[in-house]
Design a protein. Sequence first.
Length: 317
Amino acid sequence: MSSIEVPTLKTQRLILRPFSLEDADEVYRNFASDEQVTRFLAFDPPRNVSEARDTINTWCMYCSVPAYFHWAIELIPLGEVIGSLRGIVTEATSVASLDACIGRPWWNQGLMTEALAAVMPFFFNTLSISCLTACHHPDCPAAGHILRNFGFQPEGIRRRQGYSNQGVYDEICYSLLRSEYEQIQEDPDRALWETLYQKALSVLNPREISSCIEAGGVGAALYTASRHIYTGVCIDTACTLGMCAERNAIAHMITCGEQEILRIVAVGSHGQILSPCGACREMLMQLGPNARNIQVLLSREPWTVMTLQDLLPNWWY
């Protein structure tokens, strides 16, 4: 790989730029001194500003290597560095591995999502890599949530292959192929659908509750107008008291105070996408006048999405 400098990237709230030694105080104060942040990272956290400066110096030295890219995440309104994002390219396979962290006061504000959105085009378009990968600690599920939102697919768990300054752990790994990235760029909604599919898949847990009840053979996930995701599983009984996964997810949504659905998907025990049954279509349609516009994912290969109106034409009401 020819030498490419770490580029400066700008988003609505962030500037991603190379680190400098002048960042030492902000790095230490805003995230490197917080063990709730650094416990997931491989490097030993600095114990003071002087050690933070040494750490940054090491990072800057690594950036002279063509396959190493490391950004300081600067929050524009604050004018300070609040985190870091790093990508290391394996030239033989054209794969880039990502890791990142951000200070605790800025968790759950969409900032890491914003940072990842800024660097992905650099890796896929500028460097023309074939795949992005990222792994996270089991105690950091938010990282997996961010990756799934971008269409990253779960690779599985690599047992005892993750390492942080707290020791060895089982790491949860994701990847995004170039072809998947390009498909998402053509259809930005695809990433959200993939997240819903993975959410539905994640609640699958076929099991026998009693001699009369089985549950978990079908999972469903729905996305609301408030941008929340609710899930549910099927409950099959020896009589008609059970419910489908879709209706279970609807009940979950209503319990949480919402009522307007934009999208829904149901997944069977082998990962196959299932079309809502007649009872589920009826319940969805009764949610209100906008329900006819609910989008339903019917297939990933070929990609097929239909509205509830298409699935339930000439509704009786």
